[in-house]
Design a protein around this ligand. Structure first.
Ligand code: TYD
Length: 138
């Protein structure tokens, strides 16, 4: 899956008159064992979440509420994904540059990550990302 680049995951959806329910579990629906989860909220709609990539961490992003756009670059391929449902996840492999923008007013992104928070795993400069990732696939 890692070599296929970012891709949408269909999350199970149990529909019920009491309220719908979705879940992710490893290994059936989540491609890695999650070590960490975080969520971003109270997001000003005009804001762009600055880009970064991870050397080793994988993640899945879900729009628990509202909508937003995730722009990705992986092995030179640029794609954009509009996330707007709690039963669709976006899998992002390591060494993927990603930027999130176009947040709706009630956007609530949930991020499941394969690793603990580690500043050393971040690539925060796009130029550095390009240098490192270009070496990897030329
Ligand atoms: P950061 O990953 O830089 O957010 P973004 O790149 O999306 O703007 O995180 C912002 C701050 O929050 C940074 O100081 C580190 C801290 N942080 C943690 O302590 N643990 C975490 O799991 C995350 C995601 C961030």
């Amino acid at each position: 899956m890692v070599s296929d680049g970012p891709q949408l995951l269909e999350i199970p959806r149990i529909q019920d008159v009491r309220g719908n329910l979705s879940f992710l579990e490893y290994p059936s629906t989540l491609p890695f064992e999650p070590a960490r989860s975080y969520w971003i909220y109270d997001i000003p709609t005009a804001k762009i979440r600055h880009g970064h990539a991870y050397y080793t961490q994988q993640e899945v992003i879900v729009a628990l509420s509202g909508s937003f756009t995730v722009h990705t670059e992986h092995m030179g391929k640029i794609r954009s994904f509009r996330l707007s449902s709690p039963w669709t996840g976006l899998y992002i492999p390591p060494m993927t540059w990603r930027v999130i923008d176009e947040f709706s007013s009630n956007a609530l992104p949930l991020v499941l990550s394969s690793g603990l928070y580690s500043e050393a795993d971040y690539i925060r400069e796009y130029e550095l990302y390009k240098e490192i990732s270009d070496c990897g696939h030329e």
